[in-house]
Design a protein around this ligand. Structure first.
Ligand SMILES: Nc1nc2c(ncn2[C@@H]2O[C@H](COP(=O)(O)OP(=O)(O)O)[C@@H](O)[C@H]2O)c(=O)[nH]1
Ligand SMILES: [Mg+2]
Length: 233
């Protein structure tokens, strides 16, 4: 066996182990009636800023919480904790993505039945997080207007494994000459059915629509498993 073959085999085993853990997590989330949404993007695309806004807005009607992953520092968890929502930081060290077992450990002391929506902010990275199922129901890829319209073409897997694309920092679109048509073409060429939101978490533009979408997703998840969510009208 060549070293290369061995590396591939070990990687496949790791992914399989993650898939099993993710499947168990998904069952737990569904049983508890909590809608779980993960966020992926490049570093700095605005995941934490979006979450700060979303926890504040959605938190008015739903019981929200967040788990946030980073290589180092708990800066994001501190920012998010200001919302008053329960927040857990996962510090991954050298690991460039979250894994299902890390999420499982981070939420070990939470009673999931007491939550309506749980957000998971993945490590900022457009490659590795695409391969790791975290048991989420919805994966959102954020893509800021400053990144270059061709990023979906360069990193297709992170886009075609997501359920929704959010174009962030729309307040900067004119300043950086953002080419909206080119960005949409890139996104739809790797994921033809992808729904797209445009917003600015800084100015609030588009955040009402985003919050409404989130509320409707929560309602849809509850309808999908009504017997599990009967205590959360
Ligand atoms: N102008 C503008 N800046 C933003 C917006 N969203 C995030 N930022 C800024 O972009 C930087 C990175 O945001 P952050 O939420 O930490 O990104 P993350 O690494 O994806 O979590 C911070 O300085 C944010 O204040 C936005 O909608 N408009
Ligand atoms: Mg962040």
């Amino acid at each position: 066996m060549t070293p290369q073959t061995r590396i591939v085999q070990v990687r496949q085993q790791l992914l399989k182990r993650n898939d099993l853990a993710a499947r168990a997590l998904r069952r737990r989330f569904e049983h508890a009636g909590v809608l779980v949404i993960s966020l992926v993007s490049s570093p700095g695309a605005g995941k934490t800023k979006w979450l700060e806004e979303m926890l504040a807005r959605l938190g008015q009607t739903q019981r929200v919480a967040a788990v946030v992953g980073d290589l180092a520092t708990d800066n994001d968890a501190q920012r998010l904790a200001r919302s008053g929502a329960p927040v857990r930081q996962i510090t991954t060290g050298a690991v460039c993505h979250l894994e299902a077992e890390m999420v499982e450990q981070a939420i070990a002391n939470w009673t999931l039945e007491e939550l309506d929506v749980l957000f998971i902010e993945n490590v900022g990275n457009l490659v590795c997080p695409a391969s790791y199922d975290l048991g989420e129901r919805i994966r959102i890829v954020l893509f800021s207007v400053t990144e270059g319209e061709d990023k979906p073409l360069k990193y297709p897997t992170i886009f075609n494994t997501a359920d929704l694309c959010v174009i962030t920092k729309i307040d900067l679109a004119d300043a950086v000459g953002f080419d909206r048509a080119a960005a949409y073409r890139s996104i739809h060429s790797v994921s033809p059915q992808m729904e797209i939101f445009e917003l600015s978490a800084k100015t609030g533009k588009g955040m009402d629509e985003m919050t409404e979408w989130m509320t409707s997703q929560r309602a849809a998840a509850a309808t999908a498993a009504p017997e599990l969510t009967a205590t959360h009208p």
